[in-house]
Design a protein around this ligand. Structure first.
Ligand SMILES: Cc1ncc(COP(=O)(O)OP(=O)(O)O)c(N)n1
Ligand SMILES: Cc1nc(C(=O)O)sc1CCOP(=O)(O)O
Ligand SMILES: [Mg+2]
Length: 285
């Protein structure tokens, strides 16, 4: 992925401690199949050489799914594997220094825990900020939760993309979306799930529902997808496929009972009342 045009709603972060006995590649591929639309490699305990190998593997995997890869903490590894960017916390290399090293085209995300830090990161040219930890989490034990009050404040005052993070699960995500988050991030609720693909699909479903609810404008269309009523802003079938996190995957699209060739997706409008079947083939070969 060469350019910085990126947007996302579901951000998946690695966390090897959460899936003993299951390979990192397998777990993250499941997350991508389920619709994660940005991936971060976060390996706090591994030796640097191992982090580099994991980064190489994830670079290849995320490229297959046309999803950006961000490296936590390590700018050198991000550069070595041509990752799309880095994520830095308040104790890490400052944004200005990171930008000077990485240049304007790489994504830089900054963790923030209060609105002053968020405004500073925004003014300093961050591409997105993390807002958290919204809830207490075993992934960062001992960190005080900022609660949904900070999510609400970020939604009111921050104009760059922000992603809510920390203790977010399928049981509490509605409150986070209700507070105004349009992007959410999870470690344990995705990679610690016995079915990361299904966890991602469920998160994406909630994100889509809130997106449609929060912007009931004239572009919102009622459609039926795989037997369920949904709202969408997608103009074309291609956009709809992206909205479902299925870009780059092996799928067949049936629109109003007719199978649509992939070449036609970009030119075929999604109209009010359209009935779609998105048939997703799982497995290799
Ligand atoms: C998307 C996102 N938000 C916040 C963090 C936390 O970064 P940081 O504060 O530097 O803590 P560590 O992850 O390095 O322990 C993140 N990684 N990603
Ligand atoms: C890595 C991280 N950063 C946070 C922050 O608030 O900056 S919260 C967090 C942990 C996220 O993991 P889980 O989804 O398992 O709670
Ligand atoms: Mg860090």
């Amino acid at each position: 992925m060469g350019s910085k045009t990126f947007d996302f709603s579901l951000y998946a972060i690695t966390g090897e401690n959460y899936h003993p006995g299951r390979e990192l590649k397998h777990v993250m591929e499941q997350a991508l199949r389920g619709g994660a639309d940005i991936v971060q490699l976060r390996a706090k305990d591994a030796p640097k050489r191992e982090v580099l190998e994991q980064a190489r593997m994830l670079r290849e995997l995320t490229a297959q799914y046309q999803v950006p890869l961000v490296i936590n903490d390590h700018l050198d590894i991000a550069l070595a594997v041509s990752a799309d960017g880095v994520h830095l916390g308040q104790e890490d290399l400052p944004l200005a220094e990171a930008r000077a090293i990485l240049g304007p085209d790489k994504i830089i995300g900054i963790s923030t825990h209060n609105i002053a830090q968020a405004l500073e990161a925004q003014a300093g040219g961050a591409d997105y900020i993390g807002v958290g930890p919204v809830y207490p989490t075993g992934t960062k034990p001992g960190r005080q939760a900022v609660t949904t009050a900070y999510v609400r404040e970020a939604a009111e005052r921050i104009t760059i993309p922000f992603v809510a993070i920390g203790g977010i699960t399928l049981d509490n995500v509605d409150a986070v979306l209700e507070a105004g988050a349009k992007r959410i991030c999870a470690v344990s609720a995705i990679v610690g799930s016995s079915d990361p693909a299904e966890a991602c699909r469920a998160f994406k479903h909630r994100l889509r529902e809130y997106e449609a609810l929060s912007s009931p404008d004239s572009a919102s269309k009622r459609i039926r997808v795989n037997g369920r009523d949904e709202w969408t802003h997608a103009g074309t079938v291609q956009e709809l496929v992206g909205q479902y996190g299925l870009q780059g995957q092996r799928i067949v699209v049936e629109l109003n009972g007719v199978i649509l060739s992939k070449d036609a997706w970009g030119d075929t409008p999604v109209s009010e009342g359209a009935q779609l079947e998105l048939v997703h083939f799982v497995g290799g070969g």
